[in-house]
Design a binder for this molecule. Structure first.
Ligand SMILES: Nc1ncnc2c1ncn2[C@@H]1O[C@H](COP(=O)(O)OP(=O)(O)OP(=O)(O)O)[C@@H](O)[C@H]1O
Length: 279
């Protein structure tokens, strides 16, 4: 490992020779052209509720409306944005203004730990401070330039990375993603309390997998349990932004790296609700 690597948060796992690394440029100008207007954080109290998919859908929908959008994949130990957007083989480059984020077909700029790893299936086995360091590097040292919206995909829960993001980034608001399950209200309340302690506004709740659509008759089936969105709104006072059904087409597009191709009136309505709260 070269001395140049000392300040890099991924130096422990990186196998790139320092001389070949695009990230070893003089750092004084890194991020100096960045102008990011709104930072929206997507959180979930528990894993697997579709937080990363919702992040990708919101980013795609905003880009479709002509907004300049970035996605910061802060889920360092379980990154999924590169795969959802079909960028998993991208090799990073840097300029004097920072690490150049890969761009999707609808011009969304994305940064994720997976772009730094020799193999996309290499695990990131780091303690909290290292994870926080990577998130700060994504914010400070990426050449994002002008963005209308930066969507941050957090890991589930209320651990080190959510804390770092809320303390270090100028967060405009938080979107909480849940799914219709019994435990969800208790878990959502934990997330709400964390946001309140950090004095960050909660834009509202998105209920993913609200129901499934029968592929034969289009009937709405509550296979994941009774929908909780309205109940959470009544009990906690946070806005229910809307629900997204479980849709086999979405699952397929995520697997194929084509999340940008998924369009639905539900997602559009959620984005309209969000925009009405921050613009
Ligand atoms: N509404 C949906 N319809 C169909 N499949 C979905 C939907 N939402 C999410 N999925 C699928 O569920 C899986 C998990 O989703 P996702 O990775 O977005 O969850 P997550 O909450 O971010 O997970 P983690 O806690 O691991 O970060 C993915 O395969 C995704 O394609």
């Amino acid at each position: 490992m070269s001395e140049k690597c000392n300040s890099c948060s991924i130096s422990n796992s990186c196998k790139t020779e320092a001389s070949e690394c695009g990230v070893d440029t003089e750092k004084s100008l890194f991020g100096s052209l960045n102008n990011i207007n709104n930072v929206i954080v997507v959180m979930s109290g528990k894993g697997g509720v579709g937080k990363s998919s919702v992040t990708g859908l919101l980013a795609s929908s905003l880009a479709r409306e002509g907004k300049k959008v970035g996605v910061l994949d802060a889920d360092i130990t379980g990154p999924s944005q590169p795969k959802a957007f079909g960028l998993n083989t991208h090799k990073l480059k840097a300029s004097e203004y920072g690490i150049i984020p890969p761009v999707t077909k609808s011009e969304i700029k994305i940064i994720s730990i997976n772009f730094f790893l020799p193999q996309e299936d290499d695990p990131v086995i780091w303690r909290g401070p290292m994870l926080a360091g990577a998130v700060n590097q994504f914010w400070n040292e990426v050449d994002w330039r002008e963005l209308d919206y930066m969507i941050v995909d957090l890991p589930p829960g209320t651990g080190d990375v959510p804390l770092t993001v809320m303390q270090s980034l100028p967060v405009s608001g938080i979107i909480i993603v849940s799914s219709p399950q019994e435990l969800v209200l208790m878990v959502v309340k934990k997330t709400i309390k964390m946001a309140q302690k950090m004095n960050i506004p909660i834009l509202g709740l998105v209920e993913n997998m609200r129901y499934a659509i029968c592929t034969h008759c289009d009937e709405k089936l509550e296979i994941f349990g009774k929908s909780q969105g309205e109940k959470i709104q009544t009990e906690t006072g946070i806005n229910f932004l809307g629900g997204i059904p479980w849709d086999v087409n979405l699952n397929k597009l995520v697997d194929e790296g084509k999340i940008e191709d998924y369009q639905s009136s539900d997602v559009k309505s959620i984005v309209d609700n969000i925009l009405s709260k921050i613009s």
